[in-house]
Write a protein that binds this ligand. Structure first.
Ligand code: ADP
Ligand code: MG
Length: 263
């Protein structure tokens, strides 16, 4: 069974700046991710990829610019102000609710060690979305099957390989029925022989029409799954386009140098 999480979302990032102290980590990022498409973000360590993902679901507050999901500003609300408009920050609980429209899969799987694979998937929809446990359990079993782990539902994280834990983490993200899935280097903590299974699951989701933004160094994955590839350097998108353009005919010296290192 393939579960389509929900209507795929559209992400719009406009003029986003973010600094830590005097260090400008995002120096004006613009990016549009159309519904049901896959964007792969490449770039050297420290170029701002994780900060960009964290800004998209408002784990970080941007200094300037905005992020919108389906036209709705993430973390902010427009309010009339002296004949014009002004952005007001949403209350914490509204930010939390809006954030659940994004599924986030991290490099470190962060499963609850004391819960089984099934309960890891069931937990958030019940506690954060108030859905009926019996209904969520049925869906969670289907999601574990979708990621190839039907027979591991009763296993605890310590009994699973890194690749299996990451697939549970993907099922857990899907259980929230997100409009957009964000992946931050989902395979870089895995032994090489486990990478393929996890990428396979992500590619299958891509074919199912889920909107995804994937930070990864897996160029083969980018080639197979990406609708657009974005190359970041020093807090800016320096190059973006279809994979064959960015990967096979890069225009910028920095993209060429990066690809020469990772290929
Ligand atoms: P990437 O994911 O591309 O490796 P990051 O977005 O993690 O890059 O980080 C970009 C830069 O921002 C790095 O120089 C990092 O040290 C810095 N940075 C990230 N998070 C913080 C933070 N919370 N406080 C201070 N500096 C940070
Ligand atoms: Mg990172």
């Amino acid at each position: 069974m393939t579960t389509t999480p929900t209507r795929p979302g559209r992400v719009e990032v406009r003029g986003v700046h973010k600094s830590y102290g005097s260090h400008e980590v995002l120096a004006g990022v613009d990016l549009v991710v159309e519904p049901g498409t896959v964007t792969v973000v490449l770039g050297p360590s420290g170029s701002g990829k994780s900060t960009l993902l964290r800004s998209i679901n408002h784990l970080e507050k941007v200094d300037r610019g905005f992020v919108a999901l389906d036209g709705e500003l993430v973390g902010y609300r427009r309010r009339p102000h002296r004949g014009g408009e002004r952005l007001h920050e949403l209350k914490e609980q509204d930010v939390l609710r809006q954030r659940t429209r994004f599924g986030f899969v991290f490099q470190a799987f962060n499963l609850f060690p004391h819960l089984t694979a099934l309960d890891n998937v069931v937990e958030a929809p019940v506690s954060a979305q108030g859905r009926r446990r019996s209904e969520v359990v049925v869906e969670a079993r289907a999601l574990l099957e979708q990621v190839g782990l039907a027979e591991k539902a009763a296993a605890y994280p310590r009994q699973l390989s890194g690749g299996q834990q990451q697939r549970v983490a993907i099922a857990r993200a899907l259980a929230m029925r997100p409009a957009v899935l964000l992946f931050d280097e989902p395979t870089s903590a895995l032994d090489p022989e486990l990478v393929g299974d996890v990428l396979g699951v992500i590619e299958e989701l891509a074919r199912g029409g889920t909107t995804m933004i994937v930070v990864t160094h897996e160029i083969g994955f980018a080639r197979r799954a990406a609708d657009q590839v974005v190359f970041m350097d020093a807090g800016r998108i320096v190059e973006q386009g279809p994979p064959e353009q960015v990967l096979d005919a890069p225009q910028h010296e920095r993209t060429k140098a990066f690809l020469a290192r990772v290929l």
